[in-house]
Each structure stands twice: as C-alpha cells, then as structure tokens.
Design a protein. Sequence first.
Length: 512
Amino acid sequence: MAFLFLILPEGVRMKHPFAHVMILFLFPLYFASAQVKNDSIGIFENSVDVGNVLVAGSAVFNSNKNSYKISGSGENMWFDKDAFHYVWKTISGDFSLSSEINWIGTGTNPHRKAGIIIRQNLNAGSAYIDAVIHGDGLTSLQYRETETGTTREIQSNIKSPNKINLEKIGNDVHLSTSENDKDFQYSGCSFKINFDEPFYVGIGVCSHDKNILETAIFSNVELKTFNQIADGEEMLESSLETINIESKDRKVIYHTKNHIEAPNWSLDGKYFIFNSNGLLYKLSAIGGTPEKINTDFAIRCNNDHGLSPDNSQIVISDQSEQDGKSRIYTLPVIGGTPKLITKNAPSYWHGWSPDGNTLVYCAERNGEYDVYSVSINGGDETRLTYAKGLDDGPEYSPDGKFIYFNSVRTGKMQIWRMNSDGNEQTQITNDEFNNWFPHPSPDGKWIVFLTYEKDVDGHPTNKDVMLRLMSLETGEIQILTKLFGGQGTINVPSWSPDSKNIAFVSYRITWY
C-alpha cells in the first residue's frame, strides 16, 4: 500500500507528537486521481491526474516565461482509455486557447500526446474534444461525443506545428496551427460537439505508457473569450477529407479558402478529382498542390463529374452553352476537348455502367426531374423513372444489375433501388431524415449517402449533415460522421478502390 508523504517548509513544526504519523496514514494514494490545488498556476485553477494513472503527474508554472512544464503518464487517450495529467479551469461560452508546445527529450512512445483539451468533467470517460501534437508530430483533433463513448480522430495534414489553437464557437470546435511563428491558419479539422456549461478547458500530457512520465513545455499560452458575434465579410473554407469506414477516423488531405466540391477517387487510388469555380482539378491522394485539368471550352463545370470504369475518361456536367443549362460531356482523363453526350438539357451525370457503355443521370424534361440513361456514344435517351417529384443521384451497383437513386415520391427524400432497365423500383431507406446521393462501394457490400435533418428542403449548402453507411446484407444503417456541409460534400462516387475509405468535402464559415 502506498502513502502520501507531506514535505513541510523549513521552520514549520507540528505541535502534536503523532501528527506526522497521522498524516502518513490518512492519505492513501487515491491522490493521484484527485484534484491538486495550486495557487500559482497561471491562468488555470487546478492540476489533476485524470483516470487510472500509476505515476503521478505534475505541473509547474513559470511566471517569468509565461510557460507551463507539464509531466504526465497514462496508458492512453484513445478508444476507451482516458488517462493523463490535466491543468484546467472551468469556463462558459465561446473562446479560443492557443499555445506553443515543445516536448522535452526524444520520448519513449511516438504516440505520446500533448495538447489543448475541452472536457465536460474530470471523470475518466468524459465527453471531450482536444487538439494534440503526438510525439511523432501527428497533429489531430480527437473527440468523444458522449460519456464513456469511443474516441474518434480527424488528422490534420500539418505535421509538427510549433503552435496550435483550439477555438469553440457555439457547438463548433476548430483546430488551427502555426508553423515558424506565422499567423494561425485553420487546419480543416472541425467537429460539432455539445457541452453543458460550465465545462473544463486546459492543457495536458499523456505519456502513452502507464509506467513512465513524459514532459512538455507549453509556452505563450493565451486564452481569449468572446461573444458569438460575426463582424466583417463572410468567407467559406473547404476541406477535402477521407474517412475510414471501420475506425470512423477522418483525415484532412487538402484545405483551401476556395470553394471546392465533390471529390472522385481515382480507380488506382492515387489521386482525387474535384471541381472549383467551374473548373476541374487533380490532387494527389497524399495532398499537395492541385493541378488544373484542361477542359477546353467547358469552364462552367458543376459538381456532377466522374471517371470511367477503365480510368481513361472523365465525364463532366457543364453549363458553358449560351442557355446556361447543364449538359453531359466526356474527355480524356489527362484533359482535352469535351465530347457532347446529351443534346437535351439540363442533364446532370451521376453514374457510369461497369461495362463502360452507358451513363445514367438526372434530367429535367417538361418540368419533371427523372432518371435517364444514354449510350456513351450519345443518341436517344431512355427515361427510367416516372414518379411525380424529384428522382436524382442514380448510380450503378458494381455488378451492373441495379441502379441506386434518391427519390422524394413518398414525401421525404429516401434511397431507392431499381433494376438497370428501370423495373422493380424499391424503397430501401424509410426514416425521418432526407437522404441523398447513394454511392455503392466497389465490393458491393455498402452504400454511403448524405443525410439532412427532417426539416431541410432539397440539398442546400452550409447545413449540419451526416454521412451514413448502410450494409446491403443486413440493411443496418450507422452514422459515419457528422459535419458542416451539404451540396458539394459527396455528390458523386467517392469510394477508395479497396472499399475502405470515402472522400468528401466539409466546410467552415468564417469572417474577415
């Protein structure tokens, strides 16, 4: 059994002869998980070891340098683990907290974590969200939405920044980073999470090894509180992300202050294609600088585009004709002059048959939006749906037998399936939400689709939405992730070739 030893300042004596013995036995080492009051800990109130910690952590504030030296152990801050040393204060409302973070020593585990942490409470398993820098430089936004839930992650494409900033506005939490002491730049990592007020905010360290301590220095720590009042001009930022369907962890591949939409994943897994301001761009699957694709006269491409089954051609929906209506064209994947496929307009592409011979699309004819098909060589189109109301988003199953689409014919937008010739149209989702743009996985096991709340009409931009995943074997539906998005998030086929990941675009509104 371990006990607490009290070290008294020099000159202080205890009057009772057995006082030292009493103190020795009155404080068993539950102290490691109790709050430690520190009257000189800078802008924070307390220091505490959270969770099952074998080696007690510590925090020292240096007022001359405005820095915090934090040592923490703890097995992990991941999945169902929650053990680290935390320096905190309670707060309400909106704020930002920033800090420069530097590890001391090379460390034992590359997954050790130091960062800025918001928590509902100090219990192990609390709902939380944090911005952490790992020992190997990985920088991410981690979150646990509910008490005792599982931790998820959104990885930044910035590694080893010297400063990070965590900002909470309403229920939205954003991670920004700074390299070489430059201004903070939004990382593209964002998540919506609800905390009851007051909640905890602070800085902390986890060693990722329950038997040792790791130490980091937090410098130039700055806490700003502010009212949720937007001044200046509104600006939309975009992040091209991927999500793993098993872990549900997200990764930011590319972030920009431009408006981008609808990523396609190439069939070899090496790059993405997306649209922005009427043009198409190619981006390496590991990020970098996008490369413009030559689309010749087609300079008003919308977010309905994709790749042929053999990865040799791109199909686009473009509105460059004088009437401004969308028509479908194909062109070489390396760029070139588009070839007209649909003479009738408006037409919006969504699917390419696995044999490469047929395109399916949504088209408006005589005031009704329905699903149509046409030969890859053009010619007469075939109408596949006849129900009143919008039918949209058609896409072939990988075996070519079925076409999945979304339809509002039963009141709310739901996911449907029909044979490739249009027969046997069957509703496959039936819930209170509005579900759009079903995308079957290459292995034929899943469909992913975009979900709006029940009171949202159409598929507008800038809404709180979900990506949901349905098992085609069981019909079970699960939430992959929640995000701020909508139109442009996942309009087109965006599965990785191995059926393990999905590409999408999330958005953030800011002001400048």
